[in-house]
Design a protein around this ligand. Structure first.
Ligand code: DX5
Ligand code: ZN
Length: 221
């Protein structure tokens, strides 16, 4: 059982980029816990989102922690840059890190918490020897690159495997689920042990995002 309430992290990827300040301030005013910021390079994933100047602008208005999800190759190049931009948590993809242990140490040395994201095809067991060094594991519940995709049901099995690994190794690692999260699956995910739920389209494409965030908080209690 989780010790604390499920965190909700709205993904700004689904925000209105013409009104980014408005949407950041909306999240600030809401019951959301973190701002989730997706960085894509068009190489690791088939899409490009936004980079440093935009994140600098986001950081100017954001009053909640910045949860940065890097979908880029060779993320080590930018660890210090993201720390300077004000990232609180920096998540790298397992699939992009040949020296994952070194990368995790570098993220923490730069003053951030360290997250590792797994693509839908990547098995939990690849984290057996690093889980003690990981503050957060992000399970991709869609293939990374785009918002608005359908949740992959096998994520529940991975969530159970990850929870078992965390309990077995007695770590405080948080579990974050990213992709296709809605009010339909949020409760089951929270009950299965998810600590953080990322939601993009479901929040920002709704009529009243503040109310939608409230509903997600309520149903995951
Ligand atoms: C996808 C990103 C997600 C995305 C989620 O590559 O990592 O954070 O914004 O969007 P939804 O909630 O619309 O699936
Ligand atoms: Zn993400």
């Amino acid at each position: 059982m989780k010790m604390s309430k499920t965190k909700i992290a709205p993904s700004l990827l689904a925000a209105d980029f013409g009104n980014l300040q408005r949407d950041i301030e909306l999240v600030d005013r809401s019951e959301a816990d973190w701002h989730h910021i997706d960085v894509m390079d068009g190489v690791f994933v088939p899409n490009i989102s936004y980079g440093m100047p935009v994140i600098k602008a986001i950081a100017k208005y954001a009053t909640k922690p910045l949860d940065v999800h890097l979908m880029i190759i060779d993320p080590d190049r930018y660890i210090k840059t993201f720390a300077d931009l004000g990232a609180n948590n920096l998540t790298v993809h397992y699939e992009t890190c040949p020296h994952l242990h070194r990368t995790l140490q570098a993220i923490k040395a730069a003053g951030m918490t360290a997250g590792v994201a797994l693509n839908p095809h990547t098995n939990i067991n690849v984290l057996e020897d690093t889980i003690r060094d990981i503050d957060l594991v992000l399970l991709m519940s869609v293939n990374p690159g785009f918002g608005g995709q359908t949740f992959i049901e096998n994520t529940y099995k991975k969530l159970r495997d990850l929870k078992a690994l965390i309990l077995h190794k007695k770590t405080n690692t948080l579990i974050e689920i990213d992709g296709g999260v809605t009010s339909e699956n949020a409760k089951a995910l929270a009950h299965a042990g998810a600590d953080v739920l990322v939601a993009g389209s479901f929040i920002f494409k709704s009529k009243n995002p503040i109310q939608t965030i409230h509903e997600l908080k309520e149903i995951t209690e």
